[in-house]
Design a protein around this ligand. Structure first.
Ligand SMILES: CC(C)(COP(=O)(O)OP(=O)(O)OC[C@H]1O[C@@H](n2cnc3c(N)ncnc32)[C@H](O)[C@@H]1OP(=O)(O)O)[C@@H](O)C(=O)NCCC(=O)NCCS
Length: 333
């Protein structure tokens, strides 16, 4: 097992909008039902940002909680990485706005776009800077306001997503046996059309700079649901198999699995195939839906705060999403 000591999870935090949208709250014109959504996805409700809430304001609240639980002051941070596909604006990045909001020193801050895999990409980048000694404390945030890119007249997508933010602080540690053990990141852009969100109000590729902007109309998230479903189940099975093999572990050695909170059927199908007992799966998608880059840090924070995960536990993290992208790894928290 390739073991790396020295990158510790120091604190976690999350923040969710107060407003909840239950399955029964969708308008009759959407032609859906609580029964359909629950049985096909496991989702019962999701949180929706209020007018004043943004990816940055939710991320800031999650970051403050993570810093508090890590007992680290914002001025002690050496880097901020923010995973999101719904940043408040393209420039400045959400990470820069977080850096300003937290009143940090002039440290490097940048966004990562790997859709629902973004948080694990960000976490993996953070560990590299810590392991080399370039940074001592890094804040990694996953934050999304997916309700702003969901088409609420498209029943095949809008019922799936929710808003929220999660954050972790990672840092250098000498404590043997705890920390990141193994991590792997992947992408396959040839299947990019499975989940697609055109940049709003950008000229499309191939158009000349002189052409007027094609339309002010916002283009919403589009998805090939069935293809994504098959990709997700296959990816979990293959990547968890790879993680266990590379780390020389069996399901019995894993204390808790925190999968991307995508769909109960996807999680059930994949982990049944892998012979993981259901009590090792952390699932909160019934309450929050799919919050993309925020889903794993929200679930991790909930697992720690509710005692489902305790210091010394070996936790398997796995995510996949648009790009296509996927990633996974094992941490002893
Ligand atoms: C989206 C998903 C729930 C659809 O479930 P499914 O069992 O594959 O359903 P299908 O897409 O085959 O659609 C079956 C029917 O249900 C309908 N349907 C789709 N969404 C519906 C909804 N919210 N309410 C009621 N009916 C719905 C479809 O229009 C279709 O109707 P038709 O047969 O008349 O054409 C499922 O494919 C899925 O979870 N995919 C993964 C998507 C995802 O999580 N993406 C993010 C990854 S990070």
């Amino acid at each position: 097992m390739s073991t790396s000591f020295g990158v510790m999870l120091l604190g976690t935090g999350s923040s969710l909008p107060v407003r909840s949208l239950c399955n029964g709250d969708f308008p009759a014109s959407l032609d859906t039902s609580d029964e359909w959504i629950r049985s096909r996805t496991g989702i019962a409700e999701r949180r929706i940002a209020a007018v004043h809430e943004t990816a940055v304001s939710l991320g800031l609240a999650a970051a403050r909680r993570a810093l508090e639980s890590a007992q680290i002051r914002p001025t002690e941070l050496d880097m901020i990485i923010c995973a999101t596909v719904t940043a408040d604006m393209l420039v400045p990045s959400a990470a820069c706005l977080l850096q300003a909001g937290l009143q940090c020193r002039p440290i490097p801050s940048f966004d990562v776009n790997a859709a629902c895999t973004g948080f694990l990409y960000g976490l993996s980048i953070a560990t590299q800077f810590i392991r080399t000694g370039s940074c001592r404390h890094i804040l990694v945030v996953g934050t999304e306001t997916l309700s702003r890119i969901a088409d609420f007249s498209d029943r095949t997508t809008c019922v799936l997503f929710g808003d929220g933010a999660g954050a972790v602080v990672v840092g250098a540690s000498e404590e043997a046996g705890r920390g990141e053990h193994w991590f792997r990141l992947y992408s396959d852009g040839r299947r990019g059309d499975y989940i697609r969100l055109n940049g709003a109000r950008l000229r499309p590729p191939g158009s000349s700079a002189q052409e007027p902007r094609p339309s002010d109309e916002f283009d919403f998230l589009r998805m090939k649901g069935r293809e994504v479903y098959k990709f997700a189940v296959r990816t979990i099975i293959d990547l968890v198999g790879e993680i266990l093999f590379e780390c020389n572990l069996s399901p019995a050695d894993i204390d808790l699995v925190i999968p991307h909170q995508v769909n109960q059927r996807i999680i059930d199908a994949a982990f049944a195939d892998l012979d993981f007992p259901v009590n090792k799966l952390m699932v909160n998608l019934d309450r929050y839906g799919n919050t993309s880059a925020a889903s794993i840090p929200i679930a991790l924070d909930e697992a720690i705060r509710t005692g489902r995960a305790a210091p010394g536990d070996r936790v398997l993290l796995i995510a996949f999403g648009g790009g296509l992208t996927w990633a996974g790894g094992v941490w002893t928290i």
